[in-house]
Design a protein around this ligand. Structure first.
Ligand SMILES: [Zn+2]
Length: 142
């Protein structure tokens, strides 16, 4: 019955804690259960939403969306997952952070920027943004 599910691109960090049994893996499963989606393309993206906030990778993503729109069935949805604290990619780019709250705020900012970018340049793609923390998963956008 996969044709009832949303055809989806999923982007999250290449963090070891996404391995089976680790904390982020459980959160990822929870998100996928909530969204009832069929993930058809799952490239890792450094810092999740951070991928959609840099000109170098933005160009690559627009090309991917163009191809995604030609597939049958079309890919119509993008789920972006950020995680905090201790995201190596976001810390490498913006850290060190004075506090976990500061790091969390940067992730929220990146998710907003990513949503804005998609809305402007690939409006045919529905954007959904999540933040994973030790407290659990939280939908931020979508
Ligand atoms: Zn990360």
């Amino acid at each position: 019955m996969s044709h009832h599910k949303s055809q989806t691109i999923l982007v999250r960090c290449p963090d070891d804690r996404y391995s089976p049994g680790e904390m982020l893996h459980a959160g990822l499963k929870e998100i996928l259960n909530c969204e009832d989606c069929l993930v058809r393309y799952e490239p890792n993206g450094f810092g999740g939403a951070m991928e959609f906030c840099h000109p170098e990778t933005q160009t690559a993503w627009l090309w991917r969306f163009k191809i995604a729109g030609t597939l049958e069935p079309k890919i119509q949805r993008l789920i972006v997952i950020n995680h905090t604290p201790g995201c190596g990619a976001v810390c490498a780019e913006f850290g060190p952070f004075a506090s976990d709250d500061d790091e969390k705020n940067k992730h929220l900012e990146l998710l907003s920027q990513a949503a804005e970018f998609i809305g402007k340049h690939a409006p045919e793609i529905q954007f959904i943004g999540y933040l994973q923390t030790p407290e659990g998963v939280k939908k931020i956008i979508g």
